[in-house]
Design a protein around this ligand. Structure first.
Ligand code: HXC
Length: 264
C-alpha cells in the first residue's frame, strides 16, 4: 500500500512482528488532516489483519513533533454543521481504537498537542523522548478537546491536573508527564525509536492470544465496574488455559527452554 502523509514499515529495522507507522507531514509539524486520518485508518486495519505483525509503533517524522494537533488550516473553513453532520473526529475512535485489538505504542518525539496528544493517548501506552511536550491548547482557539482529550487525559492524570491543562492550554514536559502517569517511560531523545522498537519487539515475541487478551483485560478496567472487570479477567484467563500456547508456555518453563508459539 502506498501513502502520502504517513509511512509504514513492517518488521521495522529487522524487528520481527513490529510495524512502524510514521506521521509524515514534518513541515506542518505532522498536523492531523482528513488525509492523515484516512491513511491511518487503512494502515491500522492492515496491521490488525496481518497475522505476521503483533505490535505497532506510531511516531512523528522530523525532530520537532509527534503531531501538533488537528489541522487548524483545514478546520478554519468548516462550519459547525460540517463538524456535526460528518461526526468529525469520530472515526479515530470507531475505526482505529475499537478495531485494533493488537497493541500499539505511541513514541512521542516532540510536540503532542491537541489532537496529537489525544492520538498519543489512544495508544496502549506512550514512550516519550526527553523533548516531548504534551498539551490540550484547544481553548486558545475558542474550542475544546474533540478527540478524547478531556476524557483520556483526566483518566490518566486525574481531575486537578487535567482541568488545569485544559483550562490554561499549557504544555507539560516529559518529566512531569512521567510523574503524572501520562507516559510509561521517558528515554533520551536520540534513543526514542530504538527503545520503543525494542519494547515492541518484546511484546511481539509473546504468545499472540495472550497479547490480545492482556490488552483486552486492561482496557476493561476503564469500561466497567470492578466486579464486571474481574469477571472479564477470569473468563479470559480461563479461555487462555485451553490454548496450545498455554501448554507450550508452561512446558517450556519446566523444560528450561524458550516457548515456540503457535498463536492458538
Ligand atoms: C496546521 C500547523 C499546526 C496545526 C503547526 N502548524 N501546528 N498547521 N495545524 N495544528 C504549522 C504552522 O502553521 C507552520 O506552518 C508550521 O507548522 C511550523 O509551525 P510554527 O508555529 O512555525 O512552529 P513553532 O514556532 O516552533 O511553534 C510550534 C507550536 C505551534 C508551538 C507547536 O506550531 C503551535 O502552537 N501549533 C498549534 C498547536 C495547537 O493549537 N494544536 C491544537 C489544534 S486543535 P507555516 O506554513 O506557517 O510554516 C486540535 C483540535 C482537536 O487539535 C479537536 C477540537 C475541535
Amino acid at each position: 500500500m502506498s501513502y502520502e502523509t504517513i509511512t509504514v514499515e513492517k518488521n521495522a529495522a529487522g524487528n520481527a512482528g513490529v510495524t512502524l507507522m510514521t506521521l509524515n507531514r514534518p513541515k506542518a509539524l505532522n498536523a492531523l488532516n482528513t488525509q492523515v486520518l484516512a491513511e491511518l485508518i487503512e494502515a491500522f486495519a492492515d496491521y490488525q489483519a496481518d497475522d505476521t505483525q503483533l505490535c505497532a509503533v506510531l511516531t512523528g517524522s522530523g525532530d520537532k513533533a509527534f503531531a501538533a494537533g488537528a489541522d487548524i488550516k483545514e478546520m478554519h473553513d468548516k462550519a459547525a454543521a460540517d463538524f456535526y453532520l460528518d461526526d468529525f473526529f469520530s472515526p479515530w475512535t470507531s475505526e482505529i481504537v475499537k478495531k485494533t485489538r493488537k497493541p500499539w505504542i505511541a513514541a512521542v518525539n516532540g510536540f503532542a498537542l491537541g489532537g496529537g496528544c489525544e492520538l498519543a493517548m489512544m495508544a496502549d501506552f506512550i514512550i516519550a523522548s526527553e523533548n516531548a511536550k504534551f498539551g490540550q491548547p484547544e481553548i486558545k482557539l475558542g474550542v475544546a478537546p474533540g478527540m478524547g482529550g478531556s476524557q483520556r487525559l483526566t483518566r490518566a492524570i486525574g481531575k486537578s491536573k487535567s482541568m488545569e491543562m485544559c483550562l490554561t492550554g499549557r504544555m507539560m514536559g516529559a518529566e512531569e508527564a512521567e510523574r503524572a502517569n501520562l507516559v510509561a517511560k521517558v528515554v533520551p531523545h536520540d534513543d526514542l525509536l530504538a527503545e520503543t522498537l525494542k519494547t515492541a519487539a518484546t511484546i511481539a515475541s509473546m504468545p499472540p492470544m495472550a497479547v490480545i487478551a492482556n490488552k483486552e483485560m486492561v482496557n476493561s478496567a476503564f469500561e466497567m465496574t470492578l466486579d464486571q472487570g474481574l469477571i472479564v479477567e477470569r473468563r479470559i484467563f480461563q479461555i487462555l488455559t485451553a490454548s496450545e500456547d498455554k501448554a507450550e508456555g508452561m512446558a517450556a518453563f519446566i523444560e528450561k527452554r524458550e516457548g515456540q508459539w503457535k498463536g492458538r
